[in-house]
Design a protein around this ligand. Structure first.
Ligand code: FEO
Length: 165
């Protein structure tokens, strides 16, 4: 008998798609930036995409550990053209707010249907979304201090996350 309910399993499969969609979006942003020679910011979003795949894996591993079934859903085609760096970093922040809303909805659902074993997993994602939104707003704040996008790019470094992140 599975520990995870069918309802929660279905909700997590949808969240896996959200995380993979996020990765796909950030990958698209990364290669738009790369093409414009904003190499550091391209790397920033490339690493962000990798983090999203780690997030998806966390949900997949949880489903398997609790006896559920991972069902991969079709991914959304991400936007592939932007007008500016500013448009990308604003869209990145908006996207993270969207994901935070999805995580909060999962917490509410888990409480409604007494899926208490998911508490640790969901708390990790609540904390992660605080960090994700902070990273996204930091980029916006930093960018506001530069008149030149190339200079902003040169000063935007990011190190790869560890697998636990
Ligand atoms: Fe997986 Fe950036 O939220």
């Amino acid at each position: 008998m599975a520990l995870i309910s069918k309802k929660f399993n279905d909700a997590l499969n949808k969240q896996i798609k959200e995380e993979l969609d996020s990765g796909y979006l950030y990958l698209s942003m990364s290669y738009w930036l790369e093409e414009k020679a904003y190499h550091n910011l391209a790397n920033w979003y490339y690493l962000q995409a990798q983090e999203e795949y780690i997030h998806a894996k966390k949900f997949m591993d949880y489903i398997v550990e609790t006896g559920g079934i991972v069902e991969l859903l079709g991914l959304a085609k991400p936007k592939s053209d932007w007008e500016s760096i500013k448009q990308i970093i604003d869209a990145g922040y908006k996207h993270e707010q969207h994901i935070t809303g999805k995580i909060v909805a999962l917490v509410k659902l888990s409480e409604e249907i007494s899926e208490f074993q998911a508490r640790t997993l969901l708390q990790w994602f609540i904390d992660e979304q605080i960090e994700e939104e902070a990273n996204a707003t930091e980029l916006i704040d930093k960018h506001a201090g530069y008149k030149n996008d190339m200079l902003f790019d040169q000063h935007t470094q990011r190190v790869a996350a560890t697998p636990s992140e």
